[in-house]
Ligand binder design. Structure first.
Ligand code: ADP
Ligand code: MG
Length: 362
């Protein structure tokens, strides 16, 4: 239904979209997730011709929409968009907001447009608000009206740009329920969203966008449970990192401890977990210390908000070096402490890089 080839978009020197190619089939629901500023809105705006792509092609039902002769208004009817900020006309009643475009652009009679609009208001659960004005409605109601208004144009595809981001948390679910219902009825939709649980159960496919690319795509299970690429993993597991580069025996342990403590505080880690982490860092650094004049290590503390899992990772380049098999191991106490506080210890040496990972017991 939608075919995008080598789409790119620049604003001056700023490259926002780099070479995006994809296809979306009729009846598919595609969710787009990713950090902010990675071009998700720009991608939707290009699809809908609100932004002119810098290069590439977009076709809908095999019709090239970037062709100069294309009727842009018609394309926007076929592929209608719902925005974060509703964009309702405040001087028109709810019903008038819905009937305006069908009368003007589709040539419906006022009577037909009203009848159809009332059906759509029933669909989104707001028929009784037909004669109210947008300012008299809550955010969730406004967004449901905006969805009904979009449906009034009988689109073949709906693009949603963060439809629930401007809402109070209590109103998110009423809007998501309406979108879920459209999905069940087979509507083709592309949804930019930060609601991960929703993206997971409503979509056929998920695009993870990062740095102007569809960085990884797959089924919801693939993207949320077994992402393959580093940035996707960090995003879906909501991983927060604290990184130290240590390349001398004179590293500042107090400075490191202070930063780790404030990191733990920000992540709301328990005091017990924080104390274990601090001890583990100290013991690990004692093991590395004799080597630190020749060896540089990168120490990462990674916390997954989603899994509430804490890891301590040390990485070093060069020859194989597993800290637990070092010939200069200090006493057993440190070693036992590392074993006792960890649920899993993993060591790998690949491409001349050592990675030693301690998963810390909760
Ligand atoms: P997202 O929706 O993923 O948060 P956007 O598509 O809104 O990202 O923006 C991607 C990048 O493009 C951002 O760096 C943003 O500042 C820039 N950008 C968006 N629109 C414009 C514009 N009209 N002019 C200049 N830069 C823009
Ligand atoms: Mg956006």
């Amino acid at each position: 239904m939608i075919k995008v080839e080598n789409l790119s978009k620049k604003y001056g020197d700023l490259v926002v979209l780099k070479d995006i190619s994809t296809e979306i089939k009729k009846g598919e629901v595609v969710s787009i997730i990713g950090p902010s500023g990675t071009g998700k809105s720009t991608f939707l705006r290009c699809l809908n011709l609100l932004d002119q792509p810098s290069a590439g092609s977009i076709s809908i039902n095999e019709e090239n929409v970037l062709n100069k002769k294309t009727d842009v208004a018609k394309i926007r009817q076929k592929m209608n968009m719902v925005f974060q900020s509703f964009n309702l006309f405040s001087h028109l009643s709810v019903l008038q907001n819905l009937t305006l475009a069908p009368i003007k652009l589709k040539g419906l009679s006022a009577e037909d447009a009203e009848k159809k609009s009332m059906d759509l208001l029933r669909l989104v659960g707001l028929a009784e608000k037909a004669h109210n004005y947008p300012d008299e409605l809550s955010g969730g109601q406004k967004q449901r009206i905006a969805i009904a208004r979009c449906l009034a144009m009988e689109p073949e595809i709906i693009l949603f740009d963060e439809p629930t981001s401007a809402l109070d948390p209590t109103m998110v679910s009423e809007v998501l329920s309406v979108i879920r219902r459209l999905a069940k009825e087979g509507m083709t939709m592309v949804i930019v969203t930060h609601e991960m649980a929703f993206a997971r159960d409503v979509s056929n496919r998920v695009f993870y966008m990062d740095q102007g690319l569809i960085y990884e795509e797959g089924s919801p299970e693939q993207i949320f449970d077994t992402p393959q690429k580093e940035r996707t993993k960090a995003f879906v597991n909501r991983i927060r990192n604290l990184i130290f580069n240590i390349n001398s025996q004179d590293f500042d342990l107090y400075g490191i401890n202070a930063e780790v403590e404030s990191f733990c505080e920000k992540q709301f880690l328990t005091k017990k977990l924080r104390d274990h982490l601090l001890l583990l860092i100290e013991e690990l650094l004692i093991i590395y210390k004799p080597f630190l004049n020749d060896l540089a290590i990168q120490l990462t503390i990674a916390y997954s908000e989603k899994n509430e899992a804490l890891e301590l990772i040390s990485e070093s380049d060069g020859d194989k070096f597993n800290p637990l098999e070092s010939e200069k191991l200090p006493d057993d106490i440190g070693l036992n402490l590392i074993k006792n506080f960890s649920s899993k210890i993993h060591y790998a040496w690949e491409n001349n890089k050592n990675t030693f990972t301690i998963s810390i017991k909760k």
